[in-house]
Design a binder for this molecule. Structure first.
Ligand code: 6CS
Ligand code: FE
Length: 304
């Protein structure tokens, strides 16, 4: 259990109403806030919406090499058997849903986590040095890719990984076109400003089910409805190389992919080195390293 006070009670036996956020959204101040690559206008948009999107942030041809690696992974039967590879639910051909710990598997992806352009923005937003908490590729193959229910990543990372405060963010890099019909990432603007406690105890080894279909830690419809009526829903569009930075508590999800086109996105989760994991607040055993890095919190340094 944790000695630290649990400021974000969730996975409860009865409903607790959502409450306003008390952590900053942009953690840098003064010169560190002013001198980073994001303008004051972009910082204010991130504070207001809980995400920023950048079409064609990386050149398309930069993405070709990453896409080629993806194809190789799909053919790699050993990789499909590893614990960090999650297959789509249901029987039949084993479609890959996600590959976790991609920055540990691939030198190319690892270097991308330390791209100077990315790192500078992330350090400005988190106001400190950063490390990778989690990385993954969500494949969402054509016709077979299932959806991801609405959720706050922080609710899971706090409850199941012991992440103390809201001082982390996800970089989603689009590897295949996020169009209207192939289940693009959807976000609720402004939802990062409220913590929505969820009902339901966390079973041991919950991740073995939740990464295929999340049952626990899914917010109630009354809270979701309120957040959507306040902020609507946005699905940043973009081709390979486009980027979405979203705050750890921004409500997001995506539909099933009914099109023939895959919707493969790469996710890097950066955590502040001042927000290191404690014991899981849900009281369970810590999750495996491929989901929550507990071994190496050394600050990332930029590499071209
Ligand atoms: O449990 C987790 O860490 C994962 N679950 C979801 C639905 N999003 C964040 C993360 O990949
Ligand atoms: Fe998520």
């Amino acid at each position: 259990m944790n000695d630290a006070q649990d400021l974000f009670p969730t996975r409860l036996e009865r409903k607790l109403g959502m409450f306003e956020r008390f952590d900053p959204v942009v953690h840098s101040e003064g010169a560190q806030r002013r001198d980073g690559p994001l303008s004051e206008e972009q910082l204010r948009e991130y504070e207001r919406k809980g995400f920023l999107s950048f079409e064609d942030f990386f050149d398309k041809d930069e993405m070709d090499a990453f896409l080629q690696e993806l194809t190789d992974y799909e053919e790699d039967e050993d990789l499909k058997l590893s614990e960090g590879t999650i297959l789509e639910p249901g029987l039949g051909r084993q479609e890959i849903r996600s590959i976790f710990g991609i920055h540990d598997i691939s030198e190319r992806f690892s270097r991308l986590t330390r791209d100077p352009r990315l790192l500078a923005m992330v350090q400005q937003l988190l106001g400190s040095d950063v490390y990778i908490h989690q990385s993954r590729i969500n494949y969402k193959p054509g016709f077979k890719g299932k959806g991801f229910d609405w959720h706050s990543d922080f609710e899971t990372w706090h409850s199941e990984d012991g992440m103390p405060r809201m001082r982390s963010l996800s970089c989603s890099i689009i590897l295949t076109e996020n169009g209207e019909f192939n289940g693009p990432l959807m976000l609720v603007p402004g939802s990062h400003n409220y913590f929505v406690p969820c009902v339901g105890r966390t079973p041991e080894d919950n991740y073995k089910a939740s990464l295929k279909s999340q049952e626990v830690g899914v917010p109630d419809y009354v809270s979701l409805r309120q957040l959507m009526l306040d902020g609507d829903i946005e699905a940043p569009r973009g081709g390979p190389g486009s980027l979405v930075l979203f705050e750890c508590n921004t409500m997001h999800g995506s539909n099933i992919n009914m099109s023939c086109w895959p919707r493969s996105n790469l996710f890097f989760v950066y955590n502040s080195v001042e927000n290191g994991l404690l014991n899981p607040f849900c009281g369970n055993r810590p999750r495996p390293e491929f989901l929550a890095n507990r071994k190496d919190w050394s600050p990332l340094t930029p590499v071209r």
